[in-house]
Design a binder for this molecule. Structure first.
Ligand code: SAM
Ligand code: SF4
Length: 339
């Protein structure tokens, strides 16, 4: 007699002994903005038939959670441009509060957050990461190509009103927003937001040359230390971020430095694209196909692909940006794997 199928609960551990407890899921590759460091102005997006349904994303998330994943971040593209994404969040939210998941978060540009903040809070989301590279409306429009700063600020205010904590992500861009870093720090401190600065990474073809805009964050930190006391914090999230308390402002400042520093030894994450591909490292093209496994072989086949992914997760990324780098390190845009 065939017994009931048992759920695979073996922890996801890669070939270097790293436990995978964090998954970023891209729910769309589309976006309503075109940030210059992220996308070209003219982008080709996936045909809708190739993207995972919410049911499929839910099944993939369930398999990850059964195998020890404790944190899920929904990203994109812009996750809030996908219709019904807050329903997906609500569905995933059932795993919170003792159901295996510690945290469900979202990364968003906040253009549509004013309409969705309450639904996200109801789904169990406690925190959103918002991309905001400047507080200057003209510079904001230039960097995003057509964005309206007011909308993003309204979205952030709505998130706060809904009780969500907001962490601001700011990509540091030489000659574009380097003089906006200190004003952003002061604003975040006033508003009670954490701030993370990010080095621009060589992902996907864009219209500009990234090497012109690359701003090493160790140089930024050195400049900040002339004005502020930066006290290192012990906090680690298994990613490339390190945190400091900016004493004079009472601000928690994160620096994501994949290029000037390599923190891959403690990596705890993988990424799933909206077409169902699992990428084991942001800096490598190697990937496996979860969608076909799920559609053709169900949960068992999915678990086999997850096992294979653990074997193939590389030790580290090989990013660098130099004056001679005409080509990106990987051709996929950050918007495909969701940051
Ligand atoms: N659209 C949402 C947003 O902007 O927050 C979520 C997706 S976006 C790809 C996720 C994060 O990746 C954002 O903070 C964005 O600034 C960052 N990002 C995009 N392209 C990048 C690049 N080439 N290097 C470093 N960060 C990048
Ligand atoms: Fe869109 Fe986010 Fe990329 Fe900007 S960073 S173009 S908001 S996906």
């Amino acid at each position: 007699m065939a017994g009931a199928a048992t759920t695979d609960t073996r922890p996801l551990t890669d070939g270097f002994g790293r436990r995978i407890t964090y998954v970023r899921i891209s729910v769309t590759d589309r976006c309503d903005l075109r940030c210059r460091y992220c996308m070209a102005e003219k982008m080709e997006f996936l045909p809708r038939r190739e993207i995972l349904s919410f049911e499929e994303i839910d099944m993939i998330a369930e398999a990850f959670i059964a195998r020890g994943v404790r944190k899920i971040r929904l990203s994109g593209g812009e996750p809030l441009v996908r219709k019904g994404v807050t329903d997906l969040a609500a569905r995933l939210g059932r795993h919170l509060n003792g159901g295996g998941l510690d945290e469900l978060t979202m990364t968003t540009n906040a253009t549509r957050l004013a309409d969705h903040a309450d639904a996200l809070a109801d789904a169990g989301v406690k925190r959103v990461n918002v991309s905001l590279d400047t507080l200057d409306p003209d510079a904001f429009r230039y960097i995003t190509r057509w964005g309206d700063l007011e909308k993003t600020l309204d979205g952030i205010a709505a998130a706060q009103a809904a009780g969500l904590r907001v962490k601001i992500n700011m990509v540091a861009l030489a000659g574009m927003n380097d003089h906006h870093i200190v004003p952003m720090m002061r604003w975040c401190a006033d508003q009670g937001h954490d701030l993370t600065l990010i080095e621009t990474m060589p992902l996907g073809h864009i219209d500009d040359d990234r090497s012109d805009r690359y701003l090493p964050l160790d140089a930024v930190k050195h400049d900040l230390e002339q004005q502020f006391s930066l006290i290192p914090l012990a906090e680690r999230t298994g990613g490339p971020a390190r945190y400091w308390n900016v004493e004079q402002l009472g601000l928690k400042l994160g620096l994501i430095t994949p290029l000037t520093n390599n923190f891959c030894d403690g990596c705890n994450r993988v990424r799933v694209t909206v077409s169902g591909k699992i990428y084991m490292c942001l800096g490598h093209d190697d990937h496996l196909d979860l969608k076909s496994a799920l559609r053709e072989g169900g949960r068992e086949a999915l678990d086999q692909v997850l096992d294979e992914a653990m074997i193939r997760k590389p030790r580290r990324h090989d990013f660098h940006i130099g004056a001679d780098d005409a080509q990106p390190a990987v051709t996929r845009h950050m918007s495909v794997t969701g940051g």
